[in-house]
Design a protein. Structure first.
Length: 156
C-alpha cells in the first residue's frame, strides 16, 4: 500500500495574513475537463476566492481558472461559481459555524491528491489591523532571537 502523492498547485497566501484559521476541510471540486488541464498547468488564482453556502450546497466564488489554450469551444467562464463536494453533515456543521458573526469560508490551497483536484477550505475569522501588527511584531522578534542564537553558536 503506497501513500498518495499530493502536489500543491495554488495557495492563498493572503488568507493566513488576513484571517485566523479556525478549522480546515479537504473538499473535492466539480470541474470541467479543460479546467482540470488548465489547473495542472498552474493557471489558477485563489487570492480573491471565497466560498458560500446556498440551498445546502457549497460553492466557491471568485476563483480564476485561466482558459485552456487548446480548449477552444469547451472552455468555460474563468470566474464561474464551482461546486465543492462535501458530505451533508459537514455542510450542516459549516452552516452552524458560518452563522456566527465574523466567520467566513476561505480556500487555502488547491492541490492534486493522486489524480483528483482537492481544495483545502478553512473556516476563518477576520483579523483586525492590530492583530496583523502583533503577528508581524511576533514574527520579527522570533527572527531576531533565531539570528542571535545562530550567531552565538557560530562563535564557539
Amino acid at each position: 500500500m503506497q501513500k498518495e502523492q499530493t502536489k500543491t498547485l495554488a495557495q492563498n497566501k493572503k488568507a493566513r495574513h488576513d484571517y485566523f484559521i479556525i478549522e480546515t476541510y479537504e473538499t473535492g471540486i466539480e470541474l470541467a475537463g479543460t479546467e482540470v488541464k488548465s489547473i495542472r498547468q498552474g493557471k489558477v488564482n485563489l487570492s480573491d476566492a471565497y466560498a458560500s453556502i446556498k440551498d445546502g450546497e457549497v460553492f466557491i466564488k471568485g476563483m480564476n481558472i485561466s482558459p485552456y489554450e487548446q480548449g477552444n469551444i469547451f472552455n468555460r467562464d474563468p470566474l464561474r461559481d464551482r461546486k465543492l463536494l462535501l458530505h451533508k453533515r459537514e455542510i450542516r456543521k459549516l452552516i452552524g459555524q458560518i452563522q456566527q458573526q465574523g466567520y467566513a469560508l476561505i480556500p487555502l490551497s488547491l492541490y492534486l491528491k493522486g489524480s483528483l483536484v482537492k481544495v483545502s477550505l478553512a473556516v476563518a475569522k477576520g483579523k483586525k489591523l492590530y492583530d496583523k501588527r502583533s503577528d508581524l511584531a511576533e514574527r520579527a522578534s522570533r527572527r531576531d532571537m533565531d539570528r542571535a542564537f545562530k550567531e552565538q553558536n557560530n562563535r564557539y
